[in-house]
Design a protein around this ligand. Structure first.
Ligand SMILES: NC(=O)c1ccc[n+]([C@@H]2O[C@H](COP(=O)([O-])OP(=O)(O)OC[C@H]3O[C@@H](n4cnc5c(N)ncnc54)[C@H](OP(=O)(O)O)[C@@H]3O)[C@@H](O)[C@H]2O)c1
Length: 391
C-alpha cells in the first residue's frame, strides 16, 4: 500500500510503499477513503518531534472496514464488521513515541475508537469530525463542565449564579469552533440549561454562524478593537462564565481571559509553549488538554511525557459511541465541517494542503497561491479523497 511518510531527520515527506498492516485483537483494518487535514499535521512535519527513521503522518480518516482482528470475528458491534463505514483519528507524527498515522491507503485502529458513519453522510464529510469533534467535547464537557449528553459523570451542577450561562467561543469559524458550538447546544438541550452563545469570527461568517446547527445569539468581529467590551455588554455586564479559545495563541488567551467573570473558566487548545502565552500572571488559569489523550496511550510531546490516560480514553469511546447512534437511529449528532475537496490525493497534501495550513501560528497564516482551492481556510476543512466512495 501507499502511505505518506515523514523522514524526521530531513523533514522530507514522500509517498512510500509499506506493507498493509494486520489488525490485532480489538482492531479492524480500514481501507481509507478520505482524510481531512489539521494544523498539527503540517506543524510537526515542519518542526518534527519524531525521532524515528520514518513516520506515517496524518490524523483524521474515514473509510470502510475490510478485515477484523482475531477476537472480533463474531462481534455484534456495528464498527467491527467487514463493510462498515467508519471514521476516527490517529496521532500521526505528532509525538516522540511511535504512533500510527492516517495518511495511508490502509490503516488499523481499535474499533471502539471509531464511530459508525450513517448512510446519509459521505465519508469525505465524516473525515472532518473525529479529532476536532472530540477536542471540542473534551473542552466543553470534560474541562469546562457543561452538562454532557453522553457522559453523566462529567456534568456539573449549575455553575452560574445567573439564570443564563454566558458562553464565549473565540474564533467560531475554526473547525474546532464549529464543533464547540454544537457541543454547547447539546449541553443546553440535554440539561434544559439556558445558555447564551456568543462568538467571535470575521463578519463575513456571521450569517452562516447564526444558522443551524451553530445558532449564535451574539457575534462580534475579532478584528473590532472593541470586541471584548461588546462581549461583556452582551452578557448584561455579568461577564463570561465559560470560554473556549479556539486559537489559544498569545494575545487571544489574555483577551479571552479578560472577558471572564470571577467564577469563569476557559479552555485552551495550545499549551503555553506552542501558543506563546504565559499563564503565570493570569487570575484564572486556562485549562489545556490534548485530543491525543483520548487514544489512551502515553504521549511524548513537546518535552514532556503525558502518561496514558484511561479516563480520557473512556470519554473518547463514549463520544464515538454517541456519534455511532446516528447509524442506527438516522439522527446525525454532530454536523460535519463544510468540506473543501482538494484536487489530487496523497501526493498533493504537502504541496497544497500544508501550504495552506502553514507551519506555525493559525493567526499568522498567509499564502501567495492564486488557485481558487488555495484561498484561506475559514469555516471548513481541507479533505483529500483517496478512493471514490462508489468503488
Ligand atoms: N489541543 C488539541 O488537542 C487540539 C486539537 C485540535 C486543534 N487544536 C488547535 O486548535 C487551533 C485551531 O485549529 P482548527 O483546525 O480549528 O483551525 P482552522 O479551522 O484551520 O482555523 C481557521 C480559522 O482561524 C481563524 N483565525 C485566524 N486568525 C485568527 C485570529 N487572530 N483570531 C481569531 N480567529 C482567527 C479564521 O477565522 P476567520 O475566517 O473568521 O477570519 C479561520 O476561520 C490550532 O492551533 C490547532 O492546532 C488543538
Amino acid at each position: 500500500m501507499k502511505a505518506l511518510v515523514l523522514t524526521p531527520a530531513t523533514k522530507e515527506v514522500s509517498i512510500r510503499e509499506l506493507p498493509i498492516p494486520e489488525p490485532q485483537d480489538g482492531e479492524v483494518l480500514i481501507r481509507v477513503h478520505a482524510v481531512a487535514l489539521n494544523p498539527v499535521d503540517a506543524n510537526y512535519v515542519a518542526h518534527p518531534l519524531a525521532e524515528q527513521e520514518q513516520r506515517v503522518i496524518g490524523t483524521d480518516f474515514a473509510g470502510v472496514v475490510t478485515a477484523v482482528g482475531p477476537d472480533l470475528g463474531s462481534s455484534s458491534d456495528l464498527r467491527a464488521k467487514v463493510g462498515a463505514r467508519v471514521a476516527g483519528f490517529h496521532q500521526g507524527a505528532c509525538s516522540t513515541n511511535d504512533r500510527p498515522g492516517a495518511f495511508a491507503e490502509y490503516i488499523t485502529a481499535p474499533y471502539d475508537l471509531l464511530w459508525a458513519v450513517p448512510d446519509s453522510m459521505s465519508l469525505e464529510a465524516a473525515s472532518t469530525i473525529s479529532m476536532c469533534g472530540l477536542t471540542a467535547a473534551q473542552g466543553v464537557f470534560a474541562r469546562l463542565g457543561l452538562p454532557c449528553p453522553f457522559d453523566g459523570e462529567t456534568a456539573s451542577s449549575a455553575d452560574s449564579a445567573n439564570d443564563v450561562t454566558n458562553v464565549l467561543i473565540y474564533s467560531a469559524s475554526t473547525s474546532l469552533g464549529l464543533y464547540a458550538a454544537q457541543m454547547v447546544h447539546l449541553a443546553a438541550r440535554s440539561s434544559g440549561r439556558k445558555i447564551r452563545l456568543i462568538g467571535t469570527a470575521s463578519s463575513s461568517k456571521h450569517e452562516f454562524l447564526r444558522q443551524e446547527p451553530y445558532k449564535y445569539d451574539v457575534l462580534v468581529d475579532y478584528r473590532d478593537p472593541n470586541w471584548m467590551e461588546k462581549v461583556k455588554e452582551a452578557t448584561d455586564g455579568e461577564g463570561i462564565d465559560r470560554a473556549v479559545d479556539c486559537i489559544s495563541e498569545g494575545e487571544t488567551v489574555y483577551k479571552v481571559h479578560d472577558t471572564l467573570n470571577e467564577n469563569g473558566k476557559m479552555a485552551v487548545f495550545r499549551g503555553p509553549k506552542g501558543g506563546q502565552y504565559d499563564p503565570t500572571n493570569l487570575r484564572i488559569k486556562p485549562i489545556y488538554g490534548s485530543a491525543w489523550e483520548g487514544l489512551g496511550h502515553e504521549i511524548g510531546y513537546n518535552g514532556i511525557t503525558i502518561p496514558a490516560n484511561p479516563e480520557a480514553r473512556l470519554f473518547a469511546t463514549k463520544f464515538f459511541s454517541f456519534l455511532s447512534t446516528a447509524a442506527t437511529d438516522g439522527k446525525v449528532k454532530l454536523e460535519p465541517n463544510p468540506v473543501r475537496l482538494m484536487p489530487g490525493g496523497l501526493e498533493r497534501i504537502v504541496p497544497d494542503g500544508f501550504a495552506l495550513l502553514g507551519d506555525g501560528m493559525v493567526s499568522e497564516r498567509s499564502t501567495s497561491r492564486r488557485e481558487d482551492y488555495m484561498r484561506p481556510i475559514s469555516a471548513e476543512k481541507l479533505v483529500y479523497r483517496l478512493v471514490d466512495e462508489d468503488n
